[in-house]
Design a protein around this ligand. Structure first.
Ligand code: SF4
Length: 456
């Protein structure tokens, strides 16, 4: 690494949002209630499809780095009242949403969706199909933990229509696995990948994490070598967010073992270099896909979008998310369910919904969200096209953002031309910092900002 790059890294490694939403989740508020959510669900949206999400919070054991809303338990009976609550929530939501609307995407996340046994996998999908219409060519995907997984789980997923899987691999080094309490052998991963291919899943994603304790550039290069050999269709390489003030169990991680910023940068460089050499294209922040993948095509066509599930080709879909802590989204509303399992179940039993907080976007929010998303997806922003779409004079409207971008331009992270902003190859590592220049809330609340993870 050159000293200039290290300097940039140190300069721009600041707490900042990942922009899976704008405004970001800390700005959702409890003044938004069930009546507001019901109004959002009943609002006519003839041109918008649906994207369905179910959150299964249960896990067999706790990974110390975990940032999800999860419940580590060996007591399977806890799933039963939860499935009942999910059905109530879907039934109530379906009463409010136009029944002609079709879902083009369905995703199960967690926790560990495959904590459910094969019969309950069938039961949950039957519920979703009972209340909502799925397009025949819908993308139906599930997050899978390779540990404790059987062939029967995967066969049940395939039988009920899943066509995409996403496996949590994270890191294959035994020392790292031990430091984060997630032990999974190479044999295990190969076996579940072989099963998935045998069953005919059309797309397989692997998740990796950089920034875990005891990771070194050499050890992670070995993980990347193996992963390239397994040839998944997509890879998501997340940056570990160490936020023990939000996730108390992250205190189980020995901070002294976390890689320093130079190592983190080396890890990121190894990712870009080795996945690039293996034929993957980097999609924005943390996703990689084969050149023929629809995410790559969407990026080229400027139709890529970013939401709570990462990068997606379904920009004009409303996300209906079911389950504890899950976040739904319409064109101008975010809504998050109660984050406590018991309260979620009690509230759904009472009213069919469990709204904890939400946010209705103003027009300015929508404009800024679009600008941040365009930068993070397209890696450029054309003033004329953007201004036409929102009926604004771009350089006037975003005079503050352009001024804030100037130092980043001086450091070679963005080019500011008379008609557009574009992210340079060096700037791709700093997309979050670039997005932050458009964030009105960061500017307004400089003294009392929510505490985010670091950007680099
Ligand atoms: S399996 Fe996933 S959700 Fe469960 S503890 Fe590990 S990282 Fe968290």
């Amino acid at each position: 690494m050159t000293s200039t790059t290290l300097e940039l890294l140190q300069k721009y490694s600041v707490p900042g949002p990942r922009y899976t939403s704008y405004p970001t989740a800390p700005y959702f508020h409890t003044g938004f209630g069930e009546a507001d959510w019901a109004e959002a669900l009943t609002a006519p949206a003839p041109d918008r499809g649906l994207s369905l999400y179910a959150h299964i919070p249960f896990c067999d054991s706790l990974c110390y780095y975990c940032g999800c809303n999860m419940v580590a338990t060996r007591d399977y009976s806890k799933t039963q009242p939860y499935l009942v609550a999910l059905e109530h929530e879907m039934a109530r939501t379906a009463q409010l949403v136009d029944s002609n609307r079709v879902a083009h995407q369905l995703h199960w996340g967690g926790g560990t969706p495959t904590y459910l046994n094969p019969d309950d996998i069938r039961r949950l999908m039957a519920m979703m199909r009972k209340y909502f219409t799925l397009a025949p060519d819908a993308e139906i995907s599930c997050e899978v933990d390779p540990r404790e997984l059987t062939f029967e789980h995967l066969a049940a997923l395939r039988e009920v229509g899943f066509n995409r899987l996403s496996f949590g691999v994270q890191d294959m080094d035994p020392n790292v696995q031990q430091a984060v309490n997630r032990i999974q052998s190479e044999f295990l991963i190969r076996q579940v990948l072989d099963w998935s291919r045998e069953l005919g899943f059309s797309s397989i994603n692997l998740d990796l994490i950089v920034g875990l304790p005891k990771q070194t550039v050499d050890s992670f290069r070995r993980t990347l070598e193996r992963v390239s050999m397994w040839a998944p269709d997509r890879l998501a390489v997340f940056s570990y967010a160490h936020v023990p003030w939000l996730k108390k169990h992250q205190n189980l991680i020995n901070e002294a073992e976390l890689p320093d910023s130079a190592t983190r940068f080396g890890l990121q460089q190894a990712v870009n270099e080795m996945l690039g050499a293996a034929g993957y294209v980097n999609i924005g922040l943390d996703h990689f896909a084969r050149p023929e993948d629809e995410l790559v095509c969407a990026q080229q066509n400027k139709t890529l979008w970013r939401n709570f599930q990462g990068y997606t080709t379904h920009k004009d879909s409303d996300i209906l998310a079911f389950g504890v802590s899950s976040i739904s989204q319409t064109a101008d509303v975010y809504m998050q369910n109660d984050k406590n399992l018991k309260r979620y179940q009690d509230r759904v039993a009472e009213t069919g919904l469990a709204v904890e907080r939400g946010y209705k976007l103003t027009r300015d929010d929508q404009i800024r969200r679009d600008a941040i998303t365009r930068v993070m997806c397209d890696l450029e922003l054309d003033y004329t096209a953007f201004g036409r779409e929102w009926n604004i004079a771009f350089t006037d409207y975003f005079a503050d953002a352009l001024a804030d971008l100037r130092p980043l331009a001086d450091d070679g992270l963005v080019n500011i031309a008379p008609d557009r902003i574009s992210v340079t190859p060096a700037g791709r590592l700093f997309l979050r910092n670039i997005g932050m220049c458009f964030d009105r809330y960061l500017k307004e609340a400089a003294c009392e900002q929510p505490r985010y993870s670091r950007t680099a």
